[in-house]
Structures are given as structure tokens and as C-alpha cells.
Design a protein. Structure first.
Length: 128
């Protein structure tokens, strides 16, 4: 199985609103690109040891245009709604049993250029 962040990015770009390396990235959010979405691998739960099921997590960070809090929140909410309760599908050769949002978009604050930043964490169940 590959990186869950790459798989989730591919699920996002399957929706025509998101384009890899244009407004959706894995591991980073380029400073010059706003609004943009970064998908990052994050600690999940340990495997059960009795099955092939893996329990990774991803964190998605959304960076908006300066002073565009409402629009950035709306984009974060779109991401949450697109991914929450997805499952029963194969992505890049890995079977995804389920994807769940752990939270609504969390406001992280404004960066040094007054751009709002939000974060959403997703827990995942997947199997080879």
C-alpha cells in the first residue's frame, strides 16, 4: 500500500474542482498558490494484528486568499463533505473500507500574509 495522502489526493482530483499541482498538493502547500489544499499523512491507529486492515489518518490543510475567511471555510467544508463517509472503493490498488472526518474545519489562524488557514483530520480504514 502506498501513501494514504496520495490516495486521498487522487480521490479529491477525481472531482473536477481540484487539480493536482495546481490547487491540490501532497505534503506541502506552495506559498504562491492560493487558494490551495495540502494533503499530509498523519499518525493513525495501530493495526489490529489479526487482519490486513490498516488505520492511517490524513490531515488536510486549506490555505485561502488574504482576508477571505468565509470563502476559505466554504472550500474546507466542500473538502470535508466530499471525503466524509466515502468508502467501498479501490484507490490506486488499495481497498478503502471507509474515510471519516474527525472534525469540522478548524481555523488555524492567519499566516504572515493574512491568509486564513483551516485543517481537517480524516481517519481511514483500508486493506491491500
Amino acid at each position: 500500500m502506498g501513501s494514504p495522502a496520495v490516495d486521498i489526493k487522487d480521490l479529491l482530483v477525481a472531482d473536477s474542482s481540484f487539480t493536482f499541482a495546481e490547487n491540490t498538493f501532497v505534503g506541502i502547500i506552495p506559498e504562491e498558490t492560493v487558494p490551495s489544499i495540502g494533503v499530509l499523512d498523519s499518525p493513525g491507529q495501530p493495526p489490529e494484528g489479526i487482519s490486513d486492515i490498516d488505520y492511517p489518518s490524513v490531515q488536510i490543510t486549506i490555505l485561502g486568499e488574504p482576508f477571505k475567511y468565509t470563502e476559505t471555510y466554504a472550500l474546507a467544508d466542500t473538502v470535508k463533505n466530499l471525503l466524509h463517509q466515502q468508502g467501498g472503493q479501490t484507490i490506486n490498488g488499495t481497498w478503502y473500507l471507509g474515510i471519516w472526518a474527525d472534525n469540522d474545519p478548524i481555523f488555524l489562524g492567519l499566516d504572515e500574509k493574512n491568509r486564513p488557514e483551516f485543517s481537517i483530520n480524516f481517519r481511514i480504514q483500508r486493506s491491500p
